[in-house]
Design a protein around this ligand. Structure first.
Ligand code: 4AD
Ligand code: MG
Length: 462
């Protein structure tokens, strides 16, 4: 018999037919001669109830059906006699695939802390909460490709191993095939990367943007969606050493077109989740955060505030707040400042633009004031920055001057600079942190809990 998914049976199962389900036992309880098994197969947060007439089954088999065990059950789908489910299965046969020792199985019925579940990341997908999060994560990834495909963007695969530091922040993981006990040195005692695998120093990418620009300046609109790596030692609920980033890059877009796209795109993702992940979102709304659904609906129904950095600084300077990090023009905004603007001052997502050039990357288009660049950061409630982007500097002279000013290795960027020399075009793009939008959509508060296997300082288990 073909296996049915629990989701399909609960939604539209035809009662009176024989069905086969396979999954993991969430609970088993009994009254007199009947046992009730709640079975989950990961297709939905809801379990299907299997009713077992104890007299018809081997005692040893039933003893082994405990929380966490994996079974297949065949039986008739009938209207449920009990409350809480529409249909249930009256079992005619049960096969035990994998028993689960109740003494040592870490996921007991009682609720577990998020910390405990992180230490059991190999099993946590079997909890209701991580099942919900992982189904939403899948739906969001699908929606991202759908959005860009529907808008004529091409998916460009940018390299994972590169020799450039796109953000110029130096937070890179080295990639080498050297024997670390015997690293070749040159005559000055420096590591001789010419002898390494690629003949030069390489690292894991911090952003696909620079290569993304090469694609946009040929295909028009592209996007990348892949893992990015940052060796920044930030132990915060918003930082990962390995995170996924979505980076669209568009020829002929100025900063306003860029902001329009960013706003439309994140609203689309949130709407997609509301329409396609309703069950899981309702579960999270009930279990994690009672204002989640309300907050998601608020964001798609209201326009984001747009304002230059300079005006935001004036608001922050006037605020009746004791800052951990003092604010003044030129400072990089901290999460406390971003969240004040979004949560207390405007009570709405905010896009800040025209940041001081000294706190932003070399590639951003310089404004005529000589002090600011055409940057944009999208700030969200509960999180702070979820998107960073800009119009790009398309003038070869200004770009070259900025690279010299910042002492960046110009010879390594020769290919990037050639796009400005040969048929340069105004263009813009941004990067959305996938796990940051996942935090917002799920209402979770720690970024380690919206990615299956988080990578953070001192943690690469699993
Ligand atoms: O602001 P960032 O550093 O911008 C860039 O990398 C640009 N090259 C993007 C572009 O214009 N194409 O990073 C973009 C976003 C941030 O807004 C944040 O959401 C996320 O990536 N991000 C992180 N997410 C999790 N952990 C980290 N350590 C992150 N660093 C950045
Ligand atoms: Mg940023």
């Amino acid at each position: 018999m073909k296996r049915s998914k629990v989701k399909e049976l609960l939604a539209a199962g035809k009662t009176g037919t024989d069905v086969l389900v396979k999954g993991w036992v969430r609970t088993k309880r009994g009254i007199k001669n009947v046992a009730f098994i709640a079975l989950n197969d990961g297709s939905t947060v809801n379990n299907i109830q299997i009713v077992v007439d104890v007299a018809n089954f081997d005692e040893e088999l039933l003893k082994n059906i405990t929380t966490g065990a994996c079974i297949g059950a065949t039986g008739k789908l009938v209207e449920s006699q009990g409350q809480g489910q529409s249909v249930e299965i009256v079992a005619s046969s049960i096969e035990l695939y994998g028993a689960c020792d109740p003494e040592t199985y870490p996921l007991q019925k009682k609720g577990h802390s998020m910390e405990f579940l992180r230490e059991h990341a190999h099993l946590r997908p079997r909890t209701n909460i991580f099942g919900a999060i992982l189904r939403i994560r899948h739906a969001m990834a699908f929606a991202i490709h759908k959005y860009f495909n529907d808008h004529g963007f091409k998916y460009l695969h940018t390299p994972i191993i590169t020799s450039s530091d796109a953000e110029g922040a130096g937070e890179m993981f080295h990639v080498t095939s050297f024997d670390l006990k015997n690293v070749p040195l040159d005559e000055n005692g420096e590591v001789d990367f010419s002898k390494d695998f690629f003949g030069k120093a390489t690292n894991l990418t911090v952003s696909g943007q620079l290569e993304g620009e090469l694609g946009a300046l040929a295909l028009g609109e592209i996007y990348t969606f892949g893992p990015t790596f940052r060796a920044e030692n930030s132990n915060t609920p918003r930082h990962l050493a390995e995170f996924w980033m979505i980076e669209p890059e568009m020829a002929f877009y100025d900063i306003n077109d860029n902001m329009d796209l960013a706003e439309d795109f994140v609203k689309y993702l949130i709407r997609y989740a509301l329409e396609n992940c309703a069950e899981d979102l309702e579960f999270l709304n009930k279990m994690v955060d009672n204002s989640l659904l309300e907050r998601l609906k608020f964001v798609i129904n209201n326009s984001f505030i747009r304002m230059p950095y300079t005006e935001a600084i004036a608001i922050l300077e006037k605020a009746d707040k004791k800052w951990e990090y003092p604010v003044s023009w030129g400072c990089d905004l901290q999460v406390e400042h971003e969240r004040y603007l979004v949560e207390q001052h405007f009570k709405c997502p905010v896009i800040l633009t025209d940041y001081p050039k000294d706190i932003k990357a070399f590639y951003m288009k310089q404004n005529d004031d000589g002090k600011t660049v055409r940057a944009m950061d999208v700030l969200f409630p509960g999180i702070g920055e979820i998107i960073g982007g800009s119009q790009r500097e398309d003038d070869p002279d200004k770009l070259g001057a900025r690279i010299r000013e910042l002492n960046l290795p110009k010879k390594d960027l020769w290919w990037y600079l050639e796009t400005r020399k040969f048929g340069s075009a105004p263009h813009s793009g941004f990067g959305l942190g996938f796990e940051r939008i996942m935090l917002f959509v799920t209402g979770m508060s720690n970024i380690r809990d919206v990615i299956p296997f988080p990578r953070t300082p001192k943690n690469a288990e699993f």
